[in-house]
Design a protein around this ligand. Structure first.
Ligand SMILES: [Zn+2]
Length: 438
């Protein structure tokens, strides 16, 4: 069996990966909060952990992995978006979950085995909070329930920050009802008209961190093999997940390996973030005519732990390489994957090395099989070159339908005009919209 090595954030080093039960490898990755379109930085963990999932299935067997990625569908940003549109929060969350799955699907990201939703797991969250209170790790104050950080001597092991840095970094509200400034919210009250559930502490809603702890316990068990997410989640989110779960589970660790991907930045800018206004969404990139597989290739061009600088030239290089590979593989069969490519991936998911070894292969059938390990070269060569342009029109037609549905008729008209200028005629019918080159 291929020996896999993963960098474990907790151990600060690469470790040989040995699952507790090779027949049931468990992996949990923190998923999206569904209130807006995913930007390309959000897509990085989805693609990275999709490759890791493919590798684990390749090594341990197709049915050996249980991969869960949650959907955060209760959150203050969702509540605010729903208020602005005067709709129920579920209207917002269903819309943006659908967009997320479409966008990730376009990048070749397979859906996880389990996609637990926070709103469907409030009962196990309440149960875990009750247990933490009974054990003296949490307390009720002013309608809130807070986790008492000083009650957990192991707190902070993942990020290894000192206490002052943690308090400053979490930007926690220093509320009068807190026993300690580092204490974080497990449950908070919901006023009339805001989404909420009955609980022993009155009508309210869960804090963010508790959902992952409760859903991991419900679906995967007390200790999982791999917990993943972006570097930005180490503190406070993962630190808090660890504290809640370990305290509720008699000291059992939450995860045996902690895997974190690095940031994505825009060329010439700092970290991509909405507040800096330097965000490009996956949907926008697809609308610009870039193929999902090109974006996927670009995301895998740097090692997952390293920062990745996103730029037009990175996309162009990725497209040129894929064109060359598709020309080379032609209509070849799929043979066994190349051991050198597999070895690179098994060494802490070294995708840049795997891609360079891939490019050097001289057997088309082996190249196709090796690329499949990373979810690449999934189309036939004919489809790859023939579809040029059509995918963009399909994406624009779909965007126009969404705009009409959201009653944004200006945007719908703008898209129709853009396509008309290229000689593309849209025909609206009862089955939806079809298009032809006029
Ligand atoms: Zn989480």
């Amino acid at each position: 069996m291929t020996e896999l090595r993963l960098h474990d954030t907790m151990a600060r080093e690469k470790r040989v990966f040995a699952p507790a039960d090779p027949k049931r490898v468990t992996m949990y990755v923190c998923g999206p909060t569904v209130y807006n379109r995913a930007h390309i930085g959000n897509a990085r963990p989805a693609v990275v952990f999709d490759v890791l999932a493919r590798l684990l299935r390749h090594v341990y067997g197709e049915d050996s992995l249980v991969y869960a990625r949650n959907i955060t569908d209760v959150d203050d940003r969702i509540i605010e978006a729903a208020r602005v549109e005067s709709v129920e929060p579920s209207v917002i969350t269903e819309r943006f979950e659908r967009f997320y799955l479409e966008d990730m699907g376009a990048l070749g990201v397979a859906p996880p085995d389990i996609a637990p939703h926070a709103t469907e797991h409030v009962a196990p969250m309440v149960e875990m909070i009750e247990r933490l209170i009974a054990l003296g790790n949490a307390y009720e104050a002013d309608g809130h329930v807070l986790f008492h950080v000083p009650s957990d001597p192991g707190y902070g092991a993942l990020g290894r920050r000192d206490r002052e840095a943690m308090i400053a970094g979490a930007r926690v509200e220093v509320a009068s009802y807190k026993k300690d400034p580092a204490d974080f919210v497990l449950w908070k009250p919901s006023p009339e008209g805001v989404i909420g559930w009955e609980s022993p502490w009155g009508r309210g809603r869960p804090g963010w961190h508790i959902e992952c702890s409760a859903m991991i316990r419900a679906h995967l068990g007390e200790t999982i093999d791999i917990h993943g997410g972006g570097l930005d989640l180490i503190f406070p989110h993962h630190e808090n997940e660890i504290a809640q779960s370990r305290c509720a589970h008699d000291g059992s660790p939450l995860a045996r390996y902690w895997v974190h991907n690095g940031f994505l930045s825009m060329a010439g800018a700092e970290k991509m973030s909405k507040s800096l206004g330097n965000v490009v969404t996956v949907g926008e990139l697809l609308l610009q005519g870039h193929k999902g597989e090109v974006l996927r290739f670009a995301l895998l061009s740097a090692h997952y732990r390293q920062p990745l600088e996103w730029s037009g030239s990175l996309i162009a290089q990725s497209k040129a390489t894929l064109d060359r590979l598709y020309r080379f593989v032609g209509d070849s069969d799929v043979a066994a994957a190349d051991p050198g490519v597999l070895e690179a991936l098994a060494d802490d998911l070294n995708t840049p090395l795997a891609l360079s070894r891939l490019s050097a292969l001289d057997d088309p059938a082996s190249l196709r099989a090796s690329a499949a390990l990373m979810g690449l070269l999934t189309e036939s060569s004919a489809a790859w070159f023939q579809g040029e342009g059509d995918a963009r029109v399909d994406a624009l037609v779909a965007a126009r339908a969404e705009a009409k549905k959201a009653r944004d008729f200006d945007e719908a008209d703008r898209i129709r005009a853009e396509l008309a200028a290229e000689g593309i005629v849209l025909e609206d019918g009862p089955e939806g919209t079809s298009w032809r080159r006029g």
